[in-house]
Design a binder for this molecule. Sequence first.
Ligand SMILES: [Cu+2]
Length: 208
Amino acid sequence: MFNFSRILHSSSTRLVSVAAMALLLGGAFAACGKVPTAGPLAAAVPAAPVVKLPTHITLTIVAQKPDSSIDGPAYTPSTDLTFPAHSLVTITIVNDDPGDTSLPAGSPFNIVQGVVGGTAFVDGVAYKSLSPDKIAHTFTAPDLGISVPIPGDAPAGHKDISVTFSFKTGAAGQYYWQCMDPCGSNPDGWGGPMTTVGYMKGSLTVQA
Ligand SMILES: [Cu+2]
């Protein structure tokens, strides 16, 4: 059976202790003449964290997006990119879908355009253009004047097809980007992933 008197006793003891503590604290504040105000306490509350947009992202091109009904390659993990305005942004693209798809005749997308120094780097080796038949994909944002061809082979003596380039974002705006190398389905290569957001194309948001 419960011992109610013990519970009552312990509760009342606790109440007395709390009251004594309050008196002691009150005395302490009174003794040093300090009365807690809202000011210092409010200042101690941390401000809501400012969400900082990334200025360096890594995208990986896979030959086949997992759990996908669409056959063909995709940029992962996401094709929706957001960068801060008026910032230097770096993108690293790891091409895990090696092999070349020739650009259509006369295509300008074998040339590195709109990035810092007009230069991209594959596994650390600088390049300003690629042979039109030595391209696997491109990263092209037409409205921003940015286009970088992604090689289908690592440079001689190098292991990875890891491409890096940087560009300066301007004012806030909503843009898109896409691959301009016909790596998709249909006889001409422009179908499937090439026309589907989440695969070879996506959004590029520049945020103030
Ligand atoms: Cu592509």
